[in-house]
Structures are given as C-alpha cells and as structure tokens.
Design a binder for this molecule. Structure first.
Ligand SMILES: [Zn+2]
Ligand SMILES: [Zn+2]
Length: 386
C-alpha cells in the first residue's frame, strides 16, 4: 500500500503550491543523500518525498491524484501524460467546447500529450492559470492586454542550472537513465512500472554545488509582463493557452503553459445574448404613441435612433452591426433596443388632470380600436354576466 502524498509532505489537501514547495524543500534537505550518507532509511524517505512532490507540484497530476488516488498518476506517469495532455482527463474546469476553442487559438490539436513526454530534456515547468476580466466593449472588438504575472523564472544567481558552479553528476539512483523500474505483483500477474526517477526527477543527473539562492531548483519566483491578444467574441470561461509562457522548468527544463481564462464583466447597460446585445429603453406614453428620436448607448458610443409612432411595448428595434464580433468568421452581431413604456410613480396634480382628460377622450381605449381579442373578450364577458 502506497502512502498518501499529502501525508508524506505533511501538508493538508488544500495546501497551495507554496506550502507544498516549502514542505518539500524542508524534507528534501533533511533526507538528502548528501547529508545522510549510507543511510537507507533516509534514502527511502527522500525518494518518497520526491515522488510526492513530483505529483503534488504538477496541477494536472495533482488533480488526477485527488480524483483517482495513486491509480490516477501511476500509469500516466509511465506514458508521459497520455493523450490530450494536461486537460484531457479530469478537466472539471473546462468543457469540450473550450478545448475546441483552445485548439483553434493555440494551433495545437494533439500536441499536448507529446509535449509532456519524458523524452524531452529536464523537468517540465508547471502550467499557470490566470483569470482575465474583460469589459463587453473589449470583448466586442477584441483586445490586446499587457499582464503582469508572478511565476517561476530561471534563477539569476546560477543561470537556471541550480548549481553555483554549473557542475552536475550522474544520478546515483538511476545511474543516468532518468527512470526507475518497479515490479509490482497483482492478482493479474506481475507488472513492471516505469516511473521517473525520484532522485533526479527524470533528468538523469543531479546538481553539484547547489545554488543557495534557489536551493538547487534553478527557478525562483519572479514577475514578468506578458502580452495577450484576445480575439473578439470570447465568452466567460473560454481560455487561451500561451504555450511555454507558464512556470519555467527546474534546471533548464521547458516552461509550462500560461492559461488565460476569460471572465466577462457585467455591463452597466447591456445584456449579452450570444453575439447580440440587448438594451432596455423606457419612453414616455406620448413618445411611444407619437414616435420620437432618442439617443441610446451602444458599444461604440451613443447614437441617435427613431422610435416609430405606435411602437408597441416590448418591441425589439434592431441596430445592425453594433453587437459582439463573431469569434468564428468576420462581422459583428446586432444591438437590440427593447422599448417599453415608462410609467411614472409620482405625478403632479397638473399631470393627473391631463391624464384624466385623456382618459375621457374617445379614441384612447382598447375597445375603441377593437383589436379582435379584446373585443371578443369583452363581448363574451357581457354574455356571461348578462
Ligand atoms: Zn540558483
Ligand atoms: Zn535519477
């Protein structure tokens, strides 16, 4: 029975990356073979700690481990991430629609799995996920954003090598192979599981003269600016994958991806409906009956529009081309202006008198205009009541 990875590192299941990293460093230093020569116990602990860290420090592996336990990470560790890469398996955050979107803008497709293959040199940096809030105006036309993000960058002290002198030596655990074979007996027979070497993390070599600034990791927390080009028409929870813009890998390993998740800010005036936007406009009773010219806001600034005479409540008037840009294809959606009658709550006596006069006017009642429904309704009521 394998030990729980969280227990090995002595952290809670909700521990964040920093906590996990701190716990790992402490234990890795404590059990490091350099400090415990010829101590089999310490060596076993060290391997255990490395194995736990390899999984819990990787968003994808940690998610699979949380969901499926050791079974979720053991087999895929051997196959290097499996088909679909990071977001294929337990991707509760993202639906299929978003992965289609993802493919479209990263030019990716099946590259995800391959990219994480053990064959590539060094340990791959972890993916980084950030949320980007955008206004409807920005979404309507697309926008370029410059973001400041905190992420792991190569350590300046050691040039990312993790060593003061740049020296490395062959890993004593795997003798440079980068992987270890573990035979396990099950009721179906014996299986040989090939996993990344826990001592060197699959690199085959370990650092000599460890850099004290980065504890031999070759990476440190830093801040960078990243330009993100967001196409028009994105929706809440769509995401963009910026390949290689995530956390740098330890000791020169390739960087992970930066995943930018779109968040749409609610708009003061507009409600989005696909690529159209709806604006609700209340006009006075005389204006809706007689028609008027009004100024309405659009995503491109205010424009004048005509409310035709006898516009009925709830009418949707269309302003073509002032909606959201289509994500696929060119052009934009439309703006709809939903017209309603403004009914005042406080009226002056003078206004009340005008309305009372209007009420007596013969042409103002629905009966006078006999739209079929009302007329037959009232006629029927008369028949029933007698
Ligand atoms: Zn360093
Ligand atoms: Zn090794």
């Amino acid at each position: 029975m394998k030990k729980d990875y969280y227990e090995i590192l002595g952290v809670g299941r909700s521990a964040d990356k920093d906590e996990i990293k701190k716990a790992y460093r402490k234990l890795a230093l404590k059990y490091h073979p350099d400090k415990n020569p010829d101590n089999k116990d310490a060596e076993d602990h060290f391997k255990e700690v490395n194995g736990a860290y390899e999984v819990l420090s990787n968003d994808d592996k940690r998610r699979r481990y949380d969901q499926f336990g050791h079974a979720g990470v053991d087999s895929s560790a051997a196959s290097g991430g499996g088909a679909g890469g990071a977001y294929g398996a337990g991707g509760a955050d993202f639906s299929d629609i978003f992965s289609a979107f993802n493919d479209m803008f990263s030019g990716g497709g099946g590259g995800g799995g391959q990219r994480r293959s053990r064959a590539s040199a060094g340990i791959h940096g972890t993916d980084l996920k950030i949320r980007l809030k955008l206004s409807l105006e920005e979404i309507a036309k697309g926008v370029e954003k410059t973001l400041k993000i905190k992420k792991q960058v190569p350590c300046k002290e050691c040039g990312g090598s993790g060593s003061k002198t740049g020296a490395t030596e062959t890993c004593p655990t795997c003798h440079g192979a980068g992987e270890v074979r573990q035979a396990s007996k099950t009721m179906f027979g014996q299986f040989v599981n090939i996993a990344a070497c826990p001592t060197c993390g699959g690199e085959g070599r370990i650092v000599k003269d460890r850099c004290t600034s980065c504890y031999g990791e070759g990476i440190k927390q830093g801040e960078v600016t990243v330009k993100v080009t967001v196409p028009a028409g994105v929706q809440d929870n769509n995401y963009l994958t910026l390949r290689g813009q995530g956390n740098s890998g330890p000791r020169g390993g390739a960087a992970g991806d930066l995943i930018v998740v779109i968040e749409e800010k609610p708009h003061e005036f507009f409600v989005r409906n696909g690529d159209d936007v709806i604006y609700s406009l209340a006009v006075s009773f005389p204006d809706i009956v007689l028609g008027t010219k009004v100024e309405v806001p659009t995503l491109d600034g205010a424009i004048k529009m005509t409310i035709p005479p006898s516009t009925q409540p709830e009418t949707m008037l269309r302003i073509p081309g002032h909606g959201i840009g289509h994500l696929r294809g060119s052009g934009r959606g439309d703006q709809y202006v939903k017209v309603n009658v403004f009914v005042p709550k406080d009226l002056s006596q003078a206004d009340k008198d005008i309305l009372k006069g209007l009420r007596k006017s013969p042409g103002i009642s629905p009966e006078a205009h006999g739209t079929g429904a009302e007329k037959s309704f009232f006629a029927k009521m008369k028949d029933i009541i007698g």
